[in-house]
Structures are given as structure tokens and as C-alpha cells.
Design a protein around this ligand. Structure first.
Ligand SMILES: [Zn+2]
Length: 405
């Protein structure tokens, strides 16, 4: 097989203000009887993020690989060896933002694989290792594309929409908050990739009315306590929440975030516990991991990690069935009383209470001992330090509630 035949060609269409990328060629060829493998991999790259969307719908030949972030260093190569076809082609590499735990491994990927396109938000940093990435892109002659809200990437029935940053967020130049946020949609499936964005961008997305409901969520910022607000998770309603996390000193993932996800009925998977996670999107296709010959990657990077031969595999359709059977969906949509995503002042745990503005550890304890309340305003005067102004903040946050049971 020649290289030209195995590398899907990319067609660029510039439509109005937005950029739409479309693939054509060998990947769209329909071959009857061919079993597909359309999956999302959350790659175990230690403390950092790296996800691979593999599109190989049943009945088509070839595959499209979209890598989002690359972790900190060479760990990614060992992980990719086991999941990307032997043609060493990655169609698109997306960098959410210029943090080393997201772009470091991309340097390795660019030197090792043929990469069709590098997608980012255009915000670089003054750092020698980031310059290494930029020169690798030049040396390997990789096309680059800056994206923002409104851009999208299409392939067959699949589309990846860039839903953040918008121009306002970009102008603030906060590295985490201005990261690229992607909504992936396909037949009967959606997945949201939020990079390291925190409450600020989550709020912008909520207020802009952007549809956020997604079956699979790449949990923001490695499960940081400053991301994944209950309102945001209530809007996403993820069946599966996957966290890219390793040994770290930041307290990732935060207990509050794990609590929130659990409260919404999400199945939680973590790369530090499960290793690389494969979420099978199309049917329940049995999958045999390839054996990886050692050595080759180490020539390029010196940091080859041998493939462990086990990938934690989750079937989205099974997870969805469990999620539906749990009745969580109905509870989420409760309008009166305390909908599940809210924090019930009469029943919430201390951790949950601490998600409410101005409620720290001491006030959470005070609140618990002053129960029950008949209204949210009832905590004013009963919990030390909660006066008029703070009470208004709490009401504005629209998180606390009192169940009418
Ligand atoms: Zn990060």
C-alpha cells in the first residue's frame, strides 16, 4: 500500500465567517461487511489530558483519528501505538491551550506521526518548550488552523463543533478559560471536551444558551474544584464522566466534583485508576488490542512506555441503558422543590454545601446543626457571617434550595 492511498486527504471549505473542514477520499468508501470501531479513548498520560476520537464507522474503509491534547511528554506514544492504525496517520491534532500537560506530548506525536492538521486557539506562550512545538510543526510541515466558537469539523455523519472560546473570552487571555471546547456529535452520540476551562467559561456557555447535553464528558481541568459546577453538570447530564489525571499536588480530582458527577448519575472513569479508557460509541464491537513491538518509539523520543495490553473498555450503549434505568433523567428535570442538581440545605452533605457561595467548612458545620430550614433565606442570621450581601450572592448563585418534603 502506498502512502498516498492510506492518508485521507483533507478538503478545506471556507464558508462565511466560519471554517468547516471535511474529509473525503478513501475513508468515505463504503465496504460492505466491514466492522467499525468508533470510539473515544481517554489516554493514560499521567497528570495531563489526551483524548483520541477514532471514527471508523461500520461499512467504511480506513479510519479518521482526531487527537485532543497530548499530555506532558512521551507517555502518549505507547498509548497511541495500541490504538491508531499502522499507517501512522493522525488526521487532526487539537491543542486546547498552551499548558505543558496538554501540549508537551504533541511534540512527540508530530515527530512520530504524519499529522494532517494542527488546530488551536492561536494563543502561544513565551516558553522554550512551546517553541519546540512550534518548530516541530514547521519542520514537519504540518498545516495549522486557529479556531474559535462557530467553527466546525465534519466527517460523514460526524461533526465536531468548536463552542468556545468566543472573541470576548480570547481577549481576556486567561490560558485555561480560553481553551478550545469541543462538542462532538454523531449518530446517537455526543461528547463534550472542555480542556481546563473553569467556572467562568462554564458560565459563559450556560448563559449563551449553547446546547451542552452530552453522553460523554471529558471532565474539565482534571477534576479541579474550580470546574464542573453543578449548574454546568446539570446542563451536560453526562452518562459517562472521564477524568484525565495522574499523581498530582493540586488535589485533582476534587471530592466536590466527584460528588457532583455522582449526584447526576454519571459513571466516573479516571485514567489514574482505570488506565487508558475506551468508550465504544458504535454498538458493542469486540476489540482485540494489537501487540506493540518495542523499540521503535524509543528511537524517536527515548521515553517509550511499553503497552500494558489492557484497555479499560466501556460500552456507551450499556452505560446509557443503566443511566436511563436509574431514573436519574426524570429527577434532573424536576422543576419544583429541589431538582437533583441543586444543593438541598436540609439534606446535602458537608462537601455539597461547600459548593454554595460563602459556605466554607465552618459555616457548613453550622448550617448542618441549624437544620431544618423552610426557605433558603432562613440561613440568614442562623449561620454566622451570612448577612444581607452574602445572602444576595447565594440567591444569585441559584444553587441552594430547600426541599418541600
Ligand atoms: Zn491541564
Amino acid at each position: 500500500m502506498t502512502k498516498e492511498k492510506t492518508i485521507p486527504r483533507i478538503l478545506v471549505l471556507i464558508l462565511a465567517a466560519f471554517t468547516v473542514w471535511t474529509w473525503f477520499g478513501i475513508v468515505a468508501e463504503v465496504v460492505s461487511g466491514r466492522i467499525g470501531d468508533t470510539s473515544i479513548y481517554f489516554l493514560d498520560v499521567g497528570q495531563g489530558d489526551s483524548e483520541l476520537i477514532k471514527l471508523k464507522p461500520t461499512g467504511t474503509r480506513g479510519e479518521v483519528n482526531i487527537l485532543i491534547d497530548g499530555g506532558r511528554g512521551g507517555e502518549i506514544l505507547g498509548e497511541l501505538e495500541s490504538v491508531v492504525d499502522s499507517n501512522k496517520y493522525i488526521d487532526i491534532v487539537v491543542l486546547t491551550h498552551a499548558d505543558i500537560d496538554h501540549y508537551g506530548g504533541i511534540v512527540e506525536v508530530i515527530n512520530r506521526y504524519n499529522v494532517g492538521l494542527f488546530v488551536w486557539n492561536g494563543q502561544s506562550i513565551e516558553d522554550t518548550s512551546f517553541m519546540v512545538l512550534q518548530s516541530a510543526l514547521k519542520e514537519q510541515d504540518v498545516k495549522t488552523l486557529k479556531v474559535q466558537k462557530g467553527d466546525s469539523i465534519k466527517y460523514l455523519d460526524y461533526v465536531i463543533q468548536v463552542i468556545s472560546p468566543d472573541t470576548d473570552i480570547l481577549a481576556k487571555a486567561d490560558k485555561n478559560e480560553s481553551g478550545v471546547v469541543l462538542m462532538f456529535k454523531g449518530p446517537r452520540v455526543s461528547a463534550l471536551f472542555t480542556g481546563d476551562v473553569g467556572f467562568a467559561t462554564e458560565m459563559v456557555l450556560l448563559e449563551s444558551g449553547t446546547p451542552l447535553k452530552a453522553d460523554v464528558l471529558k471532565v474539565g481541568h482534571h477534576g479541579s474544584k474550580n470546574s464542573s459546577s453543578p449548574q454546568f453538570i446539570a446542563a451536560v447530564q453526562p452518562v459517562i464522566g472521564a477524568i484525565g489525571v495522574g499523581v498530582n499536588r493540586y488535589g485533582h480530582p476534587a471530592e466536590t466534583v466527584l460528588d457532583t458527577l455522582t449526584r447526576f448519575g454519571s459513571q466516573i472513569y479516571r485514567t489514574d485508576i482505570n488506565g487508558t479508557i475506551k468508550v465504544v460509541l458504535e454498538g458493542n464491537v469486540p476489540w482485540t488490542p494489537k501487540t506493540v513491538g518495542g523499540g521503535l518509539a524509543s528511537i524517536f523520543t527515548g521515553s517509550y512506555k511499553s503497552y500494558r495490553g489492557d484497555i479499560y473498555t466501556v460500552s456507551l450503549s450499556e452505560a446509557k441503558a443503566e443511566w436511563r434505568a436509574s431514573g436519574i433523567e426524570a429527577l434532573l428535570n424536576t422543576k419544583d422543590g429541589c431538582a437533583l442538581w441543586r444543593v438541598d440545605l436540609n439534606a446535602a452533605s458537608k462537601n455539597e454545601l461547600m459548593q454554595i457561595r460563602h459556605i466554607g467548612s465552618a459555616r457548613a458545620d453550622a448550617l448542618i446543626s441549624a437544620r431544618p430550614f423552610t426557605s433558603v433565606e432562613g440561613i440568614k442570621g442562623k449561620v454566622q457571617g451570612i448577612g444581607e450581601a452574602r445572602m444576595r450572592d447565594i440567591i444569585d448563585q441559584d444553587l441552594a434550595c430547600v426541599s418541600n418534603k
